[in-house]
Design a protein around this ligand. Structure first.
Ligand code: IMP
Length: 429
């Protein structure tokens, strides 16, 4: 067994946490590769809900080493709060490490995130206000702070003096907001340093050792392909790379060592925030799916927009990431529908498209082309294997796979571990 990547194929919230949890006890290491506490993975074990934002959900298995890779941006305050919650739930975190190269969300990042959104007005993106975009901006601008900097107080202080000049200039002059106080930030972050210190590692030797021993590794992506800074619906995207490529750069594992790429897709589509969504359902049917699927954000509680399964998006995600196995989640949410649609492509300005176009305005105004399938009108909750599913449901799953360009190996019909129907275990052999 070797390296498997798991990513979201849509706009995030596909149910990746549940799949990671399913696979985590079969691998010796789970590496989270990008994003920050904008992500929210919910895992239900024995009817009990566990919420993850920064910590890989593989932590539920004490034998799995969980790594927060250097592609992640870590808000130390949020990280420590999350640890407290896990500890209160009886989850040990001795098997957790953070790359010293991972960047930190600083106190001014969420403030700048919010002010930036307000400044955009009607063109706002609908970010999570967690400061993720501003943290990645600083990383690329080479004025970011890394987790390892917590172990170098003098360096932290000197750099903060310089960076805070830039930040306070922006805050006060551009936004007319309050400046940040250098010593307050320094005290706060040096306080975190002590608590986070036991988790900080150079992950390079850890990962190299696992690769050399051919230990099974799972790379955990957050968000989804359509929120990718390059391949997504820019600018209505997040600021990282939730793709297979991003999993490699965010962990330091080379593409040549990847054996399998799993794409997680919902049996319909959801997105949070603004931006084009060709299969969006507004009205009663959309409300019904939102309520049935409990489509409210784990991180922000926001109502998610919902729509039909978009196979043009899925094909694009499969093709640009080399997805060779699909996990289809929340199939049970469609149990009561008479007819179910799958989008196969778009019509825009008289042209047919089999993939999402880069032109955001065209994607926003295009017409989705649909194929319609009969609903199965029966509960799938008690099904425990693919063959137990009603024939019309099996046909739907089959068609999703055909139109998306990869086999559907796992179907999920409910939130618990027992609701996961595995046709073929999608891990690298
Ligand atoms: P940001 O990542 O907070 O900058 O938000 C940018 C866009 O990505 C917004 O539309 C968010 O709603 C969306 N987004 C960020 N993280 C997630 C996620 O985990 N699930 C779904 N959408 C997300």
């Amino acid at each position: 067994m070797s390296v498997t990547i798991l990513i979201g194929g849509q706009w995030g919230d596909e149910g990746k946490g549940k799949v990671i949890d399913l696979l985590a006890d079969r691998v010796s290491m789970v590496v989270r590769s990008q994003g920050g506490n904008n992500a929210g993975h919910t895992v239900v074990v024995n009817g009990r809900e566990h919420r993850f934002h920064l910590v890989p959900s593989g932590i539920l298995n004490p034998a799995t080493l969980c790594v927060i890779g250097h592609g992640v941006v870590v808000d130390p305050r949020a990280f420590l709060q999350e640890l407290d919650l896990h500890h209160a739930d009886g989850i040990a975190t001795d098997n957790l490490v953070i790359s010293e190269r991972a960047h930190m969300v600083m106190p001014y990042h969420p403030v700048l995130d919010k002010l930036g959104e307000e400044l955009r007005g009607d063109d706002r993106l609908g970010t999570t206000f967690r400061g993720i975009g501003p943290a990645y901006e600083d990383k690329v601008r080479r004025i970011g702070f890394r987790i390892g900097d917590l172990q170098k107080p003098a360096f932290l202080e000197k750099k903060l003096r310089f960076v805070l000049r830039l930040k306070n200039e922006t805050l006060t002059r551009l936004y007319g907001a309050e400046p940040f106080d250098e010593s307050a930030i320094l005290d706060e972050y040096l306080g975190y340093a002590e608590l986070i210190d036991p988790y900080i590692r150079d992950i390079y030797p850890i990962i190299q050792d696992a690769l050399q021993r051919r230990r099974p590794i799972l790379l955990e992506g957050a968000q989804g392909v359509m929120l990718d800074i390059d391949t997504g619906t820019y600018p209505y995207v997040t600021s990282s790379s939730p793709t297979a490529g991003g999993a490699c750069t965010g962990s330091g594992i080379p593409p040549s060592r990847i054996d399998k790429t799993i794409g997680v897709f919902k049996a319909y589509t959801t997105r949070v925030g603004y931006g084009p969504f060709p299969t969006e359902l507004v009205g009663e049917l959309g409300d019904f799916i939102r309520e049935t699927g409990g489509e409210y954000g784990t991180t922000t509680g926001r109502a998610r927009r919902v729509g039909w399964y978009d196979a043009a998006v899925a094909r694009y995600a499969v093709a640009t990431n080399g997805i060779d196995s699909i996990v289809l989640t929340k199939v049970d949410v469609l149990d009561t529908l008479d007819r179910i649609r799958i989008c196969t492509g778009y019509r825009s300005k008289g042209e047919l498209w089999d993939h999402p176009m880069a032109n955001i305005s065209h994607l926003k105004h295009c017409d989705a082309i649909y194929e319609e399938l009969p609903g199965w009108k029966a509960s799938t909750r008690d099904c425990r294997s693919f063959d137990d599913l009603p024939p019309a449901c099996q046909a739907y799953v089959q068609r999703v796979g055909e139109l998306s360009g990869a086999e559907v190996d796992v179907v999920s019909v409910g939130p618990d571990r027992e609701h996961t129907l595995v046709r073929s275990l999608p891990l690298a052999a």
